[in-house]
Design a protein around this ligand. Sequence first.
Ligand code: EPU
Length: 337
Amino acid sequence: MEIISNYPLKDLNTFGISAYAKEFVQVTTIAGLAETLRENTGKKLFILGGGSNMLLTRDIDALVIQIGLKGKEVVWEDEEHVHIKSMAGENWHEFVLYCIDKGYGGIENLSLIPGNVGTTPIQNIGAYGIEIKDIFVSCEAMEIATQQVRTFTKEECEFAYRESIFKGPLKNRYIITSVTFRLTKVHHKINTSYGDIAAELAKQGITVPTIKDVSNAVTAIRQSKLPDPKELGNSGSFFKNPVITAEEFEKAYLQHPQMPHYTVSDTMVKVPAGWLIEQSGFKGKRFGDAGVHAKQALVIVNYGNATGQELLELSKKIQETVFKNFGINIEAEVNII
Ligand code: EPU
């Protein structure tokens, strides 16, 4: 494994921010990963997947290890279900398309999400009514300190909305090396509960959708609302949708009775951050090369040469204005480095 000094990261983060790694190495085997960790004990490390969920506000003064582990295999199946294991470095959307092509269902609503398979459990990615936790069986992860690989069950991952144990107590302690998913071979549970999907299928005149139809519909919706990182730097939703107490919600709702909201539990309510940001006047606004996407206010974009600091400042301005207007805190979903 060749370690390269002063390595440019512009093409390795979907925001397209120009920053450098003090050192960089790509690993393609488990043995290579273990060896790299062993030989660089004591060094500051930074683990990089698809670079689709981070905002680089500075150079990385560490050894950046990019996880390039590839491969996928069926590890168990019966008549109705299949457990398919994918190595962490596989591109997520290519994996989704591979599964759909094989006729495996349950993953189609998660089409076109940027990033790699290995990072999907970290923030329990979700879209259009499905989260990773709904199809997750287990993942394997290497402990950085010992290079031991262990298996985490779904329960052990402590999944919640855009959260898992890997973002919490185990942050920076493990590297996910593979993930195993449980998908259906027959009797697919087509989930078109999300209004946008139903509308897109109706538009296409499809009444009995296949998993491929749902994947195509999700892809069309995402393409219409979310910018393609290859054309316009971005990291998907920049903020999480705030989940607030019923009392907090009542207070804000009295002032703003048009506020969309979803009941999460008896005591908690989720409010779409995109709405709060749009109502605060930021949708489609541009400040130099940093901006808010015109079709989805939850997405911050880099028009070319914005620095991480400029994008961070814009995000703070949005947070402050939303708080001033609604008394609601919105938290970043992306990792700010
Ligand atoms: N809205 C606005 N203005 C906007 C955007 C949204 O008013 O500019 C309001 C509308 O009321 C709309 C509602 O927000 O009905 C929901 O919007 P949308 O369906 O676009 O979903 P979202 O809540 O903004 C979440 C995820 C997305 C995911 C979509 C679809 C989070 C942080 N984001 O966005 O995930 O694709 O649902 O399921 O939960 C991502 O995480 O990177 C991501 C793109």
